[in-house]
Each structure stands twice: as C-alpha cells, then as structure tokens.
Design a protein around this ligand. Sequence first.
Ligand code: NAD
Ligand code: LMR
Length: 329
Amino acid sequence: MKECITVSITGAAGQIGYALLFRIASGAIFGPDQPVHLRLIEIDAAMNALEGTVMELDDCAFPLLAGVTPTSDLDEGFKGANWSLLVGSVPRKAGMERKDLLGINGKIFTGQGEAIARNAADDIRVLVVGNPCNTNCLIAMRNADGVPRDRFFAMTRLDENRAKGQLAAKAGVHTNSVSNMCIWGNHSATQYPDFVHAQIEGSPVPEVITDREWLEGEFIRSVQQRGAAIIEARGASSAASAANAAIETVCTLAKATPEGDWNSVAICSEGQYGIDEGLIASMPVRSDGAGNWSVVEGVEVDEFSRGKIDESVQELREEREAVRDLIPS
Ligand code: NAD
Ligand code: LMR
C-alpha cells in the first residue's frame, strides 16, 4: 500500500458529488493500492445532507478509504490536499448560459483559491468543475498566491466524451475507435470540438465521415448544446457523466497518455495557439505518467478552426473582464 493521499471535494452533497465520492473511495481514480482521505466541503445548509452521504461511505466499508472529514470550514477542508475537485456551485437552469452563473458562483472561488494556497500540500492539483468552469478556475488560480499556475485545470473532458460519442454514432463504430478529440476554448456554447484532427481507427475524421456539412454544423452544435439538452430532458444538469469526466480528467493527468493520442483539458495558456496568456482555455494535452503534462505542439490550425477557436477565446476574454473585481492584480 502507498502512503495515503488527501482529496478535497467541494459541493460533496450535490448530485455530482454523490456520483463522484463512491468511485474515488473505491479506487477508480488513484488505483487499487492507493488509500485516500476525503475532505468533503459543503455550505452550512447542506451539512446534514453531507452527514447522510458520509454514513453511506462508512457503510460501504471501502478498503482504500482511510478517512472522511466533512466540513464547512475551508481551512479544514483543504488541509494537506494533494488534489482538490472544485464542484460546489450553483448549476444553471433551462434557458440560461453557463456564464450567467458568474455573478453567483464566481465569488466562491476567491476564498477557495486563498484557502488552497494556505493549506494544501506542495504537490496540490486543482480541477474546477463548477460552472462557468474556465473562468471560475481563473479566479481560483489568481487567488491562490504561490501555487504554480500549471496546477490548475478546468473540465472539458465531458465535452470530449460527448464529441467522441457523436462521431462514433455517425460512423457506426464504438467510441473506443475515436481518438485525438480536442475541445478548444471554453466549456460553453462557443467551444470548438475539433473534428479536423480527431481520428477514427487512426484515419482523420473528415476522411471517414465525408458529410462536411454535418461536421461543421450539426456535430459542433450538438456538442455545444449537449449540456442544455440534458437539462431540458432531466430537469437537472448532467451529474453521473460529469463525475465520470472528472475522474477521467484526473486519470489522464496522472497516467501516461497512449502514444499519438491526446485529451482535452482547460489549462492556463502560455500563449499557445494564439490563445491569450493567462486565460484558462481547453487545448490538446498529453501526460507522461510521472505527474508532468504538456500542451501538444504543432497541431496545424486551419482557417475554419481558427475562426471557431478565436470566437471561444473572445468569450473567455469577456468572462475575465466581467470578474475583474475578483482577480487580484
Ligand atoms: P448541485 O446543486 O446538485 O450541487 C452543488 C453542491 O454545491 C450543493 O450541495 C451545494 O450546497 C454546494 N455548494 C454551493 N456553494 C458551495 C460553496 N461555496 N462551497 C461548497 N459547496 C457549495 O449541483 P451539481 O449538479 O452537483 O453541479 C455542480 C456544478 O458543476 C454546477 O455549477 C454545474 O453547472 C457544474 N457542472 C460542470 C460540468 C462540466 O463539464 N464542467 C458538468 C456538469 C456540471
Ligand atoms: C454540462 O455540460 O452538462 C454542464 O456544464 C452543465 C450545464 O450547465 O450544461
């Protein structure tokens, strides 16, 4: 058995939290020889519900679960954290865009960023799920004084998985056959699911799916609007698939990426692909399995893709402007 690691999760009593905790405690992220201590952070009003979830965790008698600390205190919640999954925030309702949540959710991430800086372990990594996740991640990162920027991630893996699903269905293959699927930009209705570089069984998608009109139109729209379609159908936003994507994101960053492939994660731009330095934007990312990740270099961006990426980056700039007062200069 390895030394125990600490995972802090905000919004632990929410619907994503409920789909996430039991999988982490069972070893789905960190492996069958990695004990975990869960620090579960909620607002005071949800502490009773969280107590119930903790009882259920106890009742699973998970061999890898070394301890559980439910709390509404941020210092207690992020103490010694090696990973923090920032889920806690309000989900949108039908008819809203994710950025409409900035006014409600943005401020949550200032205090959390500060508390991470004060309390987390030296190797802390932070995945932001709560929407709008790119800009909330920016807020957390900029308030976490002293924590390197390359430790902050926002989740676009759910979009990647959705895009793979749509392409696989159109081509009549299993989703396993789809690789190199990059979501560029914002986890929003402007995101660009890059079909140009995606592959099906090793061939470029446009060679396998020759219906360009579908690729440029319905495919992109369906990925961009999938979250809204789920809210419309369920009356609540995606939860199990979001928890699954969070787990896969952490696995992707921790394990070596298969040769030639990449995954989508929003990271702090250093100016790659003409994306403004400092924005949290989704790009193709690879990991070496030893804790190091990097943006894939040399992806050729054609004119169509350039226009789509620029549109999403412009939205990220506008979101950053809207939360200027939450970002220390
Ligand atoms: P939910 O309402 O079921 O749960 C949210 C939980 O967060 C609640 O228990 C609430 O008490 C808690 N919370 C609120 N403010 C908090 C704070 N300051 N500190 C700690 N906890 C707090 O919502 P959900 O369905 O679990 O969704 C959570 C968030 O994830 C939403 O913003 C949603 O839009 C987002 N989301 C993102 C993606 C993605 O792909 N990035 C996918 C799905 C959902
Ligand atoms: C999703 O993509 O399902 C989430 O971001 C929830 C939402 O508001 O769409």
